[in-house]
Ligand binder design. Structure first.
Ligand code: HEC
Ligand code: HEC
Ligand code: HEC
Ligand code: HEC
Length: 181
């Protein structure tokens, strides 16, 4: 029994070490866009949930069902892009930048949601943490979120047309008008 406990603790420590150094981030810490939206859907503070829902990222899974997607997939010998990790790694947060479903906390249908860019939220989502940028970063929030763009916006994308960070960031901007920069 004692030995078992020691092994469990050792395993936990090893897991922790891997979690801290691993890139991509720990799939266990994803919470899904609805949870972020609990605090980020008020118009007065910028309705980030609504802006994201209207953005191309929210449709990234749907896009894989279009004739254009099937065409692009066929060239790579892929039958159904909505089922292929080779496409979903960049078209769905649930795949967490990998070729397999990495977290059950997020539906594949959500497409590319908040946590692909801001990092998994479980450890920074508390209001008292979120109110401090420093504390949020320490708890795993990725800032600036533009660090993540080129993990997907790169020439591995079969439809890649280039990526201009400034121009692309403006297209998906969802600022909080109340926060002074
Ligand atoms: C319990 C409420 C709450 C939840 C849940 C929450 N946030 Fe926040 N968040 C806040 C508050 C409060 C702030 C600080 C003021 C603001 O920007 O609205 C904030 C700020 C932020 C910022 C700005 C950070 C900065 O320093 O500029 C980002 C990015 C953010 N949240 C993303 C998220 C994401 C992504 C999720 C889900 C994984 C999430 N939040 C969940 C309350 C929350
Ligand atoms: C495609 C990437 C991406 C997605 C998806 C995304 N964001 Fe952001 N978000 C950004 C970038 C870039 C910024 C600008 C600040 C920065 O670089 O971190 C930002 C800023 C914010 C801010 C700070 C606003 C301010 O002015 O202080 C909040 C809050 C936020 N996002 C919440 C969310 C929530 C909630 C979702 C999902 C409903 C979401 N974001 C989805 C990239 C993204
Ligand atoms: C997890 C992968 C992923 C990340 C991270 C990501 N994107 Fe995207 N982005 C996509 C996919 C996939 C599409 C295509 C969505 C569609 O059309 O269905 C897209 C589309 C876009 C578009 C629309 C492009 C067009 O042709 O009109 C813009 C703008 C954009 N992203 C900006 C950003 C910015 C800025 C960041 C970083 C803050 C970012 N993206 C991070 C995957 C990602
Ligand atoms: C490396 C990340 C990545 C991979 C892998 C990926 N995509 Fe994408 N996809 C993107 C991004 C980013 C966009 C936004 C347009 C761009 O490339 O700038 C996009 C856009 C698209 C679009 C919309 C085209 C357009 O011009 O707006 C289709 C269709 C598409 N992808 C199909 C696929 C298919 C099918 C696969 C699998 C064979 C796939 N993608 C794999 C990142 C990726």
């Amino acid at each position: 029994m004692k030995q078992h406990t020691t092994i469990t603790i050792l395993t936990a420590l090893v897991t922790l070490a891997v979690t801290v150094t691993a890139n991509p981030p720990d799939p266990a810490n994803y919470i899904g866009s609805k949870m972020c939206g609990v605090c980020h859907k008020a118009e007065a503070s910028g309705n980030q949930l609504g802006k994201w829902q209207a953005s191309p990222h929210a449709k990234a899974f749907e896009t894989l069902g279009t004739p254009a997607a099937k065409e692009a997939a066929k060239k790579l010998g892929i039958d159904d892009p909505q089922k292929s990790g080779k496409c979903l790694k960049c078209h769905s947060t649930a795949y967490n930048f990998t070729e397999v479903v990495a977290t059950e906390k997020i539906k594949v249908e959500e497409g590319v949601s908040c946590e692909s860019c801001h990092g998994p939220g479980k450890k920074y989502m508390a209001k008292s943490t979120m109110e401090s940028r420093e504390k949020s970063i320490a708890a795993g929030m990725i800032y600036p979120a533009t660090k993540t763009c080129t993990l997907c916006h790169n020439s591995e994308s079969p439809t890649f047309k280039g990526f201009n960070e400034k121009e692309y960031s403006e297209k998906i901007a969802h600022p909080n008008p109340k926060v002074k920069k």
